[in-house]
Design a binder for this molecule. Sequence first.
Ligand code: SF4
Ligand code: SF4
Length: 400
Amino acid sequence: MIKEGSYLFVEGQGPVEPFRGKYAVKSANVFERIRAGWAQAGLAPESAYLPMRIELELTTKCDDSCPSCGMGALPLAEGRTLTDGQIRFLLQQFASIGLPSMAITGGEPFTAWRALLRMIEGAREHHIDISKLTTNGSWGTLGRCARVFERLEKAGFLDGRLFVPLLMMSIGEQTTPLESVARILHHAVTHYSERELNVAVSSLADPATREHKVDDLISAYERAYGPFPHERVHSTMRVYLNNQRLGGQAPVHRPGHTSVARWMDHCFDCFAPTIGAYVLPTSLLKNNGDWYTCAAFNVPEKLAFGNLLRERATDVIARAAASPYVQRVRAGGGLKALHDVVSQEFTRNTTCTSFCDSCALLIDQFDKQTATTTGHRTPMVIPPAALLARTNGAAPGSQP
Ligand code: SF4
Ligand code: SF4
């Protein structure tokens, strides 16, 4: 399988090789093309935060119930799917910020089939690529698999201008029979070239034994179709992080604790335009419209900067870009930029279990040291004064 992280292209750090990596692009001048889209949308090129992708929770419904679900998924009868009106509105929001690509997640997006097709068709109309579509593969049955591919293709899933789309299958705690996942893989690699569609498998390692379910998948594939197409399938071999927990779920214990200082020294430049192994910066858009600067599983709550169902996307992006924390991380090439703000006593003596957990701790320290407040929660109800200002044509928040 193609190892995660094999190809990494960061803007300004060497040439881009097209058709390489899990998030492959179609041309070497992709960053220039994306910047042209941002400029057309009126975003300042020096802005500290310009999203390359928005990861969107199309639905919170799921047809599975993984004990360690990090997606906040709910049973089919309880989850919520974006309405047609919300999908139309969000696509306009995305276009208004020159968004190059989006990733569709859930819940399980294929349980919201009609909304999924609306989103893909709408994205094509607005010239926004679908760079990733995540699924548990429950639709990979003999009766559905080929028909689903046909319909996805017709909706425009493969029509991206900049990115080769990626179909990402999660086989961690999911109960989908591996024969169904193998069928989807087989269909993908025998009907589409690597220039048309990439496929990846996100496999859960048992934290105790470190054994991966992907080995069972390879066996299931080889029993049905012959040699596994290692050269076409990208891997995402991760143990689940300390995810957002649902009521009744057991906590996840990740072995080993690491100092914040160490996480800082090894972290990525999260806000530098990046493709190949990752797409960065990637924002997260929750199903209720709440927008975060990062699509990490355990993104700190303080990196929420607004709500795209209640505010203009341009205002929310501008708010994130104006955040002293975001500006500091961007200017200094990642969390290491905070070494001269947060004391060594804290960063060396405090431990946590992931980059983003260390980020949450650093934000608290940063806010204290600089007397700033990172993040913004959009009120559910628009205050009457702001409503009046809007009716009178003034910008929300401006003085009458
Ligand atoms: S399939 Fe995915 S979204 Fe559904 S419960 Fe499992 S991890 Fe959560
Ligand atoms: S470390 Fe912080 S800035 Fe980087 S991806 Fe995680 S939450 Fe985002």
